[in-house]
Design a protein around this ligand. Structure first.
Ligand code: GDP
Length: 462
């Protein structure tokens, strides 16, 4: 008799401990974070009735009864704009939700019936789910913590690639002419810092991802603040010892001081106050978008992801573990917008994502962090169709472009490994942006959101 009772008791304690979960969503801008979080909240709210969540056992078995919004605990963090997002999707014609630009939060309370019943198992249980959304660009700043200003200048990738360099041409010419030992001119610094930030923004718009510092692109609450008035000096040829001994009012010393301030007052607080408190994380990647944008952008995305993923490298000696001791115990990496390709290509999308992240995934698995790669569409914008072409059946996608034109397309084959020069020359890949679909159901139509939800929180609903 004592044995089962103590097991029941430990189950109960276990459940008590697990009542709350902090789940974070990130990805570079345009990766699909806002769409994902809007869909996640929508699916959970309609889990008991209209949402199609067959890959989530708690929902499939009818045990997940739905979710309610609660007031969030962190009063200093903006609330995730779920209602405006849904309103946009329900508009005529439907629109994509306005993307979030900083960190935001939303608290849900999930009600479910535990799978096993017994003496001590309650009839109904609750899970408080705190959802966070923050720009992946902010994670590109982690590697910046291992630099001082001098080594950061040496490590600049700005000059890599012709198209990238062209976007910074004027700024580069102006910075090349600077004398680091001269007295700093505030007005000139402010002007050049803005030109640098503009270069980063242009590069972002042109589809580049490996851009630093992250807050220059998505400043959040730091918009216009002087802490963002610095930039690298990529052409330094004076020895470090000599630069380090320059008086405080010189150009080099001023930029170096602002760089240090940015590290201490911007980068570190994000990791300390937010990141280290997340329990689970999903990283969204627009692999198909990069494939659509060509080889230089694709290579750039790969570099940016390698940097971004360092924030999940929990090796004992990693910078992150040493500085912040984070506790994320489960990670998902998802290729978004899978509805941009025909269903027969979805397997390749995951393989391509795995290839793109091969190194970081290997490190994570070695560090024993459970990680899963998948492909999904948070909010489906196309329908798969079969068409007859030259007497042969093939698959195609039907959707409405952002301009309102109904189209039937075959976007191309997705390579199942990193594309080589041959792929870029011969095969190509092309798809338009689609409008979200109109739906009469309360629940948004998706692809494999249920698989993502199951991996991220399914074990807590057992
Ligand atoms: P964020 O910047 O990471 O928050 O990205 P958003 O969620 O704003 O998504 C950027 C854009 O990607 C949207 O405006 C849509 O055009 C597109 N998008 C996002 N999710 C999906 C999806 O599931 N399917 C399709 N077809 N497009 C999507």
């Amino acid at each position: 008799m004592r044995q089962p009772l103590s097991r029941e008791l430990s189950n109960l304690l276990e459940r008590g401990r697990d009542r709350q979960l902090r789940l974070a969503v990130t990805g570079l801008s345009q990766a699909g974070k806002t769409a994902f979080l809007t869909s996640l909240v929508n699916q959970l709210r309609h889990a008991g009735v209209e949402a199609q969540l067959d890959l989530l056992p708690a929902a499939r078995d009818g045990r997940l009864l739905g979710a309610q919004r609660l007031n969030q605990p962190d009063l200093g963090v903006p609330r995730f704009p779920y209602d405006p997002g849904m309103a946009a999707l329900r508009d005529t014609p439907p629109r994509w939700p306005e993307p979030t630009r900083g960190i935001s939060e939303l608290r849900l309370q999930l009600r479910y019936r535990p799978a096993q019943s017994g003496w001590f198992t309650p009839e109904l249980a609750h899970l408080t789910l705190d959802l966070f959304d923050y720009p992946g660009e902010w994670l590109l700043d982690l590697p910046l913590l291992q630099h001082d200003f001098y080594s950061w200048c040496q490590a600049q990738t700005l000059l890599e690639g012709e198209q990238r360099r062209a976007l910074f041409r004027e700024w580069l010419a102006a910075v090349e002419a600077l004398d680091p030992t001269a007295e700093a001119d505030e007005a000139q610094l402010a002007h050049l810092a803005e030109a640098y930030a503009q270069g980063l923004r242009r590069a972002k718009q042109a589809g580049f991802s490996d851009l630093q510092p992250g807050r220059f692109l998505l400043p959040g609450e730091l918009e216009g603040a002087p802490v963002l008035q610095f930039f690298p000096l990529p052409h330094l040829d004076t020895p470090k010892e000599m630069l380090d001994s320059l008086p405080d009012n010189t150009l080099y010393a001023t930029l170096a001081a602002r760089f240090r301030y940015y590290q201490q007052q911007v980068v570190k607080p994000f990791y300390r106050d937010h990141f280290k408190r997340f329990d689970r994380q999903i990283v969204l990647v627009d692999v198909l978008g990069a494939l659509n944008a060509g080889p230089e952008r694709f290579e750039d995305l790969s570099r940016a992801l390698r940097q971004l993923m360092q924030s999940f490298d929990y090796g004992k000696r990693s910078l992150l573990s040493r500085l912040f001791a984070p506790k994320i115990d489960r990670l998902a990496i998802a290729a978004t917008k899978a509805d941009h390709v025909t269903p027969d290509q979805h397997g390749h999308v995951v393989q391509l994502l795995e290839a793109l992240l091969a190194e970081p995934l290997k490190d994570l698995r070695f560090a024993n962090v459970p990680v899963k790669a998948l492909s999904l569409a948070a909010i489906r914008a196309t329908e798969a169709r079969e068409v007859l072409h030259d007497g042969k059946r093939s698959s195609a996608l039907r959707g409405t472009t952002l301009e309102g034109e109904d189209v039937l397309v075959y976007p191309g084959d997705v390579p199942n490994r990193l594309p080589n020069a041959d792929f870029w020359h011969h095969q190509g890949f092309d798809f338009p942006s689609f409008r979200p679909m109109t739906s009469s159901s309360e629940a948004l139509s998706h692809i494999r959101m249920d698989a993502a939800i199951d991996w991220l929180i399914g074990d807590k609903l057992a």
